[in-house]
Ligand binder design. Sequence first.
Ligand code: AHR
Length: 353
Amino acid sequence: MKKLIALLLAALMLLACVGCAAKDNTPAPADDAATTPADTTTPADDTKEDAAPADDTKSDNDKLVVGFAQIGQESGWRDAETNDIQWYAARNLDTLELVFADAQQKQENQIKAIRNFIEMGVDVIAFPPVVETGWEAVLTECQEAGIPVILVDRGVDASCEDLYATKIASDFIWEAEQGAQMMADLLGGKGKVVELEGTVGASAANDRKKGFDDYIAANYPDIEIIASQTGDFTRAMGKEVMESFLKTYDDIDGVWCHNDDMALGAIEAIKEAGLKPGEDIKIIGCDGVKGAFEAMVAGEMNGTVECNPCLAEQIFDTAAKLKAGESVEKWIKSNDGVYTADMAADVIDSRAY
Ligand code: AHR
């Protein structure tokens, strides 16, 4: 029975990750694939209890040991990132050891997990900072312990720049400018737009707001941003906030969503209000998740700016370099694309996440 469950789990993970994982690695045996990610995943609150004494972790083997403190599971995009990291580690068990923590959307849990990694004596710590501020103390502790830190998919504020080794992430300002240009094209340079923001204080939300608002203000004086509120990067809150926008304003022409999950929530709200998403109200999202492509093919969404979540190979390669004492670039930038609805049908089958 156990074997059957393990095989089923392995098959599910394979489906979730297909195309995301590194091409030149052969799949891990079913048992390993099913058990390794689960075994190395510990809730942030439990990480302390599960921590091995510093020497145990390193002396057991010569593997590269990476502690990864994930934010949580707020969106399809984040699940894709988690799957990619866990799957990559599971396929490279001979050289890698991943210690994975899920912080359940809380900064305090991410900090606890990082402190736990320090105690374990991992080689490298990687994490996507849920918000930009409040990291000085724990990053200083990492530095004092001699453990290099990789920021993954989000940034921290400038006061911490000397405290981490590198950031592997997209350029959120660029993404927002692409979103703004798509919106302006759809509206013919004139109209009223609402904005669904990401998690309050997250660099992805701060920069996607700044990039969009500044670009519109500088180039399109006849486009007015009439309301802007957080939907916390989730589909449920995206829907809820869009419902309240629709009750307050009856003249919304477009909605800029800081991620696709909120765009999918907004689509539901617009339909329930008796309007046609993608037609009556133009919708631009960010991330490039499969659901956004399906919505575009269905004519219910107008565009998305990609934000690549498949960062595992870069994370582990960079971690290996840091462990070896090599220098790496301060910002390893993802190369993202821009997709309009008329491109969606042609590319949907090749999307990796
Ligand atoms: O930091 C990347 C962003 O975080 C993604 O766009 C979003 O979906 C996630 O919540």
